[in-house]
Design a binder for this molecule. Structure first.
Ligand SMILES: [Mn+2]
Length: 315
C-alpha cells in the first residue's frame, strides 16, 4: 500500500470534498469526519467539506454535513470513503470533482475515480486511515482520533471479526494514544434506546431457525412501525442474531417499500460465521464482505430462493 499518496494529494489541493456512502454507518461517518478533522487541524487554510444528505438517527456522535456549491466542488479533490461502487456515493456531484481518490476496505467491485487506496483485509476504512497516519507518523487531535476509533470499533465489532490483525490493534493503540475516550466510543456505537431494545428482543423471540444452521427473520413494515421505528432504524439489527453456537449463518430481511402491484420489497443483511456468502449476495443485487454482506430489492420469492442457496452452502 502506498502510504504517502493520500497525504500528497491533500497537500496538492486547496479545496477538498469528502464523500461517504448512502445509509452511512459509523465507519463511513468516522472516516469522513476523522479525515476532515485531520485536514482542518493540519491545514487551517484549506477548504474542507464533508458531504452527504442521508443520516441515520444513531449518529449524534458526528457533526452535521457541510454545504458546498457546484463550482467549488468542481475544483476540489474528492476523497470517497468507505464506498465500493459509484452509485452508492451520497451526493453524485463527486463525479464533477477535479480529481477523485477512493479509500475503501470493501472488496474491489468497481474502479471509479483516478486513484484508489483499497485494502479489503482491513476491518474498517477508519483502520486504513489510522494505518496511513501511523506509518507516516502523523499526529492527530483527540477529536480526529475519536472519530477514527469510533468507526474502527463499529466495523470490527470491537475487534472481534476474523480480519482483526495485529495491525488492527496497533492502529487502535496509535489512536488511543492521542486521547480517545474509549468508553464514550463504546457507548456511542453500542448502547441502545429502550425502543430498540424491545425491538431487538422481538427479533430474538421470533426468528426462524433452520436445521442447516441458518437463522433468519423477515420484518414487515407494520412490525417495525409498531415499535415506533423507521426503516433506517430497523434495518441494522442483524447483529441481534450473532453469537449463537448453532447459527452458521443468519440474516434479517426488512421491508423497505411496497411496489405498484402491492408486493413487499425487502433489503437484507447477511452474516456468516466462517463460510463465504458474498458471492451469493451478489446474485441478489448485493455484495460486501466475505462473511458480512447485504442484498436489496427482494420479493418474497427471492428471499425464499436466497435462503435455499444459503442453506445449501452452509449445510
Ligand atoms: Mn466500512
Amino acid at each position: 500500500m502506498d502510504t504517502k499518496l493520500l497525504f500528497q494529494r491533500i497537500e496538492e489541493f486547496d479545496t477538498i470534498t469528502l464523500f461517504r456512502h448512502v445509509s452511512p454507518d459509523a465507519d463511513a461517518l468516522g472516516s469522513q469526519f476523522g479525515l476532515k478533522q485531520w485536514i482542518v487541524d493540519h491545514y487551517p487554510n484549506k477548504q474542507v467539506y464533508a458531504l452527504g444528505e442521508e443520516r441515520s438517527t444513531k449518529s449524534d456522535a458526528f457533526p452535521g454535513s457541510d454545504y458546498c456549491d457546484d463550482v467549488t466542488l468542481q475544483n476540489s479533490l474528492a476523497i470517497v470513503l468507505d464506498t465500493s461502487t459509484s452509485e452508492r456515493v451520497d451526493d453524485q456531484r463527486f463525479l464533477s470533482a477535479k480529481h477523485i481518490l477512493r479509500v475503501d476496505h470493501h472488496i474491489n467491485a468497481e474502479n471509479f475515480g483516478q486513484e484508489a487506496i483499497v485494502a479489503d483485509m482491513f476491518g474498517a476504512t477508519c483502520e486504513i486511515l489510522g494505518y496511513l497516519m501511523m506509518k507516516e507518523e502523523k499526529s492527530l487531535s483527540a477529536m480526529c482520533a475519536q472519530y477514527l476509533y469510533s468507526g474502527l470499533i463499529a466495523d470490527t465489532l470491537r475487534f472481534s471479526i476474523p480480519t482483526t490483525a495485529p495491525r488492527t490493534l496497533e492502529v487502535a493503540a496509535y489512536l488511543v494514544g492521542f486521547g480517545v475516550d474509549v468508553a464514550k466510543a463504546n457507548a456511542d456505537n453500542f448502547s441502545t434506546s429502550l425502543r430498540l431494545f424491545r425491538f431487538e428482543n422481538y427479533i430474538r423471540s421470533n426468528a426462524t431457525y433452520l436445521e442447516e444452521g441458518f437463522a433468519y427473520m423477515i420484518i414487515n413494515q407494520e412490525d417495525y412501525e409498531r415499535f415506533g421505528l423507521s426503516f433506517n432504524e430497523a434495518k441494522d439489527k442483524v447483529f441481534v442474531l450473532g453469537g449463537v453456537d448453532e447459527f452458521k449463518a443468519w440474516a434479517i430481511f426488512t421491508q423497505k417499500e411496497t411496489d405498484d402491484e402491492g408486493n413487499r420489497i425487502y433489503n437484507g443483511s447477511l452474516r456468516s460465521k466462517n463460510i463465504q456468502i458474498n458471492d451469493i449476495a451478489e446474485r441478489y443485487h448485493g455484495g460486501g464482505h466475505r462473511f458480512a454482506c447485504g442484498v436489496k430489492g427482494l420479493h418474497d420469492e427471492d428471499i425464499k430462493n436466497l435462503i435455499q442457496e444459503l442453506c445449501e452452502r452452509i449445510g
